[in-house]
Every structure is written in structure tokens, then in C-alpha cells.
Design a protein around this ligand. Structure first.
Ligand code: ATP
Ligand code: MG
Length: 373
């Protein structure tokens, strides 16, 4: 139940390939994020899983069964869209009960289906069974909306509407929850709160969840594993810490967190250390790669801004502060070193001196923190 496997999925629109050879193996109960820039194919992948798009080639399996030929409403996927797609003329309760009621009425009385739909569209005429009422109220309590059950969704805040959309998906008890940029309409503070709410609900219900976002912080803070996509392909799949500490391409190093990325040449290797020439500087790294032309990745927090009396570091540079940005718990410095610009983050404690533009600094980086790719 609940595992989602995608094998060799490609998708063409009018001869243009927008997904290429997508392979995913999402475990039951996993919180999995699809992360990538706009237009890379995240929504299309999601729509293929939900059944709203037919793959050009490849297989989609849910709970071990191939579902390519299964209609969307029979795939047992709950979907939360970016726009929420709520019915504005219905109250919160009716929005959440809508699909449940149709499912029950369809099952019990298929001949009167059309009449049922007509009645459903006028919320005042809807009568619910006790079982449905209990279920809807339970889920509304769960997302902390029970007190708003009789409000129209158009009277709710963004965060409340988001929770109605979530309740509406969850009330159907889907095997798989699909969420496409569900937080992008919310302001930053609410986004943080909703991240925690969604993660908590997902962990409690242990529901397999696929979450689409272009926000790396969102993906990294919520997901068990993340697939990074670009131009219709998956570049790397890993846990957030894997992706951060071992990005396999400069694109990922840049997209997942902030990185200093420099081009260089390995000129020699000695005792497990690679010596890399970068312009007129030399950088030592414990990273071992089988090529000469390399990209050097250094995270901002790996650069130590040394005070004047410090001993030389293994990797030691002199530079000049171009910009200092106070970010609360850290100060971010943009520093020029020869022809390069580096970003360095230092932790800030109250009373610390913040270096100003033009300040001369010495920088140290441990070879263990210099990644070659
Ligand atoms: N129905 C369609 N017909 C033609 N091209 C489409 C269709 N749907 C998507 N595409 C194209 O497929 C590519 C991937 O689109 P998709 O919506 O999957 O991207 P995305 O990663 O979700 O982007 P965003 O972050 O902007 O939502 C885009 O180039 C898009 O223009
Ligand atoms: Mg999209």
C-alpha cells in the first residue's frame, strides 16, 4: 500500500519532450519532495501520478499495481493544488464533505446520480449521513478548523483555506497525498507554520506524500528525501543532508543552499590532498576525483573570517569586504579575493563587531570543507 514507483517515464507535449526517463522509488509512508526551478516538469510528473496526464512511455505503480490505465478517481490519490480549488459558494464543512458524499451516494444509488450532483451544488439542500458528519468534523478538528465549519471558504484567511484543501484531500483517506506548491500563496511566516502542520499530520497519519516545490528551504526542511529536477530530468535523489554535503553537480550545489563555486585544475595529489590551481591561488582539498578540470564548492559557513593575529590556515586567503549583511543570527560577508567574489557566513552574537566595506580580512578554509566535483 502507498508506495509509488515510476519507471522510465517520459512525457511529450506535441512532440516536445518535457519529462525524460524519470525513475522514482518512493517508499510507503515517505515524505518525498520534487524540487526544481520553474518549468522543469514537477507538476507534469505529479499529474502523471494522479492520472490527469497519460505518460508517453513508462509505468506508474501505486501500491505495487501498474495504474497507467486506471482513472484518476480510482487511483486513491488525494491532491492539494497551489490554488486550493475550493468551492467559494460552499461552507468549510460542505467543501470537505463534497467528495465523500458523492462517493457514498454513487455507491448506494447510482441511478439517481445526476439528481444528486444538482442537489450537491446548492449546499443548503445537502443532507449528510451521520457517518459523513462525524468523519468531516473529525478531520476539521484535526486541522483546527472545527470552529469555522459553517463559514464560506471565501471568508477564510489563506492559511485557513490551505487547511480546508488539506482536510478535503485527507478525508478521503488516500493512499498517497500529492501536494503541488501548496504553500506558495501564503506569506513567509504562515508558510513556516504550515510546513510544521503538514509535516506533523503526515507523520501522524504515515501517509505517503509527494510534495512539489521550487523552494529549496521548504523541500529540505520537510522531506525525508528530495529529488532535484532540471529540464525534465532528475539530477540527484537524496536525503536533505546528502544533497547539501554531496551535491553531484554545480547546479545542485548552487540550487540547494548557497555555494561558492570556482573553476580550477588539479595540479598534484599528495597524501590524500588534491592541490587545485584557481587563478593565481592554490586550494587544498581532501576530496578525491578522477579528473583534472574541477569545480570547487565551498559553503559560506565553511569560510572562517580570521582576525589579524590568527595563525595561517591550511587554505588561507587575503581579501576585502565588499558588503556586509546583518541577518540576525549570522552576518553574511561578500568578500573579494583577487579576481573572485566569495560569500562567507559568520555567526553573530550581540556586541560583535561587524566588518564594514573596505575592511581587509584573512580567510581560512579547512581542506575537508572544500568539495571537488
Ligand atoms: N498541457 C501542456 N501542453 C504543452 N506543454 C506543457 C503542458 N503542460 C506543461 N507543459 C510544459 O512542460 C514543461 C514542464 O511544465 P510543468 O508545469 O511540469 O513545470 P513545473 O516544474 O511544475 O513548473 P512551475 O514551478 O513553474 O510550476 C514546461 O515547459 C511547460 O510549458
Ligand atoms: Mg508546477
Amino acid at each position: 500500500m502507498g508506495a509509488v514507483v515510476i519507471e522510465q517515464l517520459t512525457k511529450d507535449f506535441s512532440g516536445v519532450t518535457v519529462l525524460q526517463n524519470i525513475e522514482l522509488d518512493i517508499k510507503e509512508g515517505e515524505f518525498f519532495a520534487l524540487l526544481g526551478p520553474s518549468g522543469c516538469g514537477k507538476t507534469t510528473t505529479m499529474r502523471c501520478i494522479a492520472g490527469f496526464e497519460q505518460p508517453t512511455t513508462g509505468k506508474i505503480k501505486i501500491g505495487g499495481k501498474v495504474v497507467n490505465e486506471v482513472e484518476p478517481n480510482k487511483r486513491n490519490c488525494g491532491m492539494v493544488f497551489q490554488s486550493y480549488a475550493l468551492f467559494p459558494h460552499m461552507n468549510v464543512f460542505d467543501n470537505v464533505a463534497y467528495s465523500l458524499n458523492i462517493k457514498q451516494l454513487k455507491a448506494s444509488n447510482p441511478i439517481k446520480k445526476i439528481g444528486v450532483y444538482t442537489r450537491m451544488l446548492n449546499s443548503k439542500l445537502v443532507k449528510y449521513s451521520k457517518a459523513i458528519e462525524d468523519k468531516v468534523m473529525n478531520i476539521l478538528e484535526y486541522v483546527e478548523l472545527a470552529d469555522h465549519a459553517t463559514k464560506l471558504t471565501s471568508e477564510l484567511s489563506g492559511g485557513q483555506q490551505q487547511r480546508v484543501a488539506l482536510a478535503r484531500a485527507l478525508v478521503m483517506e488516500p493512499e498517497v497525498l500529492l501536494m503541488d506548491e501548496p504553500l506558495s500563496n501564503l506569506d513567509q511566516k504562515l508558510r513556516h507554520t504550515m510546513r510544521n502542520t503538514i509535516r506533523k499530520i503526515q507523520q501522524e497519519l504515515k501517509i505517503t506524500t509527494i510534495f512539489v516545490t521550487h523552494d529549496q528551504e521548504e523541500a529540505m526542511s520537510m522531506a525525508d528525501r528530495v529529488a532535484v529536477m532540471k529540464d525534465g530530468e532528475i539530477l540527484q535523489i537524496g536525503t536533505p543532508t546528502d544533497l547539501y554535503s554531496n551535491p553531484q553537480t554545480p547546479f545542485i550545489a548552487d540550487f540547494v543552499g548557497t555555494s561558492n563555486i570556482l573553476s580550477g585544475n588539479i595540479i598534484r595529489k599528495e597524501n590524500g590532498i588534491s592541490f587545485v590551481e584557481v587563478g593565481d591561488q592554490q586550494v587544498k582539498s581532501t576530496s578525491d576525483v578522477d579528473k583534472k578540470d574541477v569545480q570547487i564548492v565551498i559553503r559560506p559557513e565553511s569560510i572562517i573570517v580570521l582576525d589579524k593575529n590568527s595563525q595561517d590556515y591550511d587554505n588561507y586567503f587575503e581579501g576585502e569586504v565588499k558588503l556586509s549583511t546583518y541577518l540576525g543570527s549570522i552576518v553574511r560577508y561578500d568578500i573579494t579575493v583577487g579576481e573572485y567574489n566569495l560569500v562567507a557566513d559568520t555567526t553573530y552574537e550581540s556586541g560583535n563587531n561587524i566588518l564594514q566595506e573596505g575592511a581587509k580580512v584573512k580567510l581560512g578554509v579547512s581542506p575537508e570543507r572544500v568539495l571537488l566535483i
